[in-house]
Ligand binder design. Structure first.
Ligand code: SF4
Ligand code: SF4
Length: 69
């Protein structure tokens, strides 16, 4: 199955990935990163639903998301 890794310290909190993930597998973290943004967070417990479509990574303006298949 596919999964993603989000580099929390690169994330600027635009939340495009959250908006566009067709499976709603990304949420806002409740812990801020080193520059003060609340980064996007992958719902690891729902990893089996990730299709590896890469939509999240393609939408990310900060190239903070890597997709693994
Ligand atoms: S698209 Fe990128 S910068 Fe925007 S919230 Fe998601 S991981 Fe963060
Ligand atoms: S690869 Fe696709 S399904 Fe998986 S988290 Fe990203 S947008 Fe969602």
């Amino acid at each position: 199955m596919a999964y993603i890794k989000i580099d929390a310290d690169r994330c600027k909190g635009c939340y495009f990935c959250i908006k566009f993930c067709p499976k709603q597998l990304i949420i806002v973290s409740d812990t801020h990163n080193k520059v003060g943004y609340f980064p996007a967070q992958f719902l690891q417990e729902k990893e089996d639903q990730c299709t590896g479509c890469k939509t999240c990574a393609l939408m990310c303006p900060d190239t903070a998301i890597e997709v693994f298949k």
